[in-house]
Write a protein that binds this ligand. Sequence first.
Ligand code: SF4
Length: 128
Amino acid sequence: MEDAVTEEIICITCPVGCTLEVTHAGETVINVDGNTCSRGLTYVEEELSDPRRMVATTVRVRGGIHPLVPVYTAAPFPKPKIFALLKRIREIEIEAPVALHQVVLEDALGTGIQIIASRPLPRAAETP
Ligand code: SF4
């Protein structure tokens, strides 16, 4: 078993943002103080074993009224793969028009998580 360490982790499950004092040995939680509710403990367990974050970025669009459309992950994405995800998304270029919640990328990096447009983007008017 790894040595126990104590560190502060901010719970981002809700807007309260409790600062948790966490003692753990690797992924094994030994003690948690400072959580206002039980979801703080769940957050710590997930943060130590499989940390995930929502990711928001943009995707290039061809023929739209703007060159980029904002996108987001449909679910929290594994933190160690976020850099690779951003690299993959930079390779994508889609055709306007873009619909609200259009799936821009299915099964991102084999995680089963979709990348979705967070706003519609109409096609630019064609010049005669
Ligand atoms: S411990 Fe509970 S109250 Fe505190 S930030 Fe996490 S979810 Fe919110």
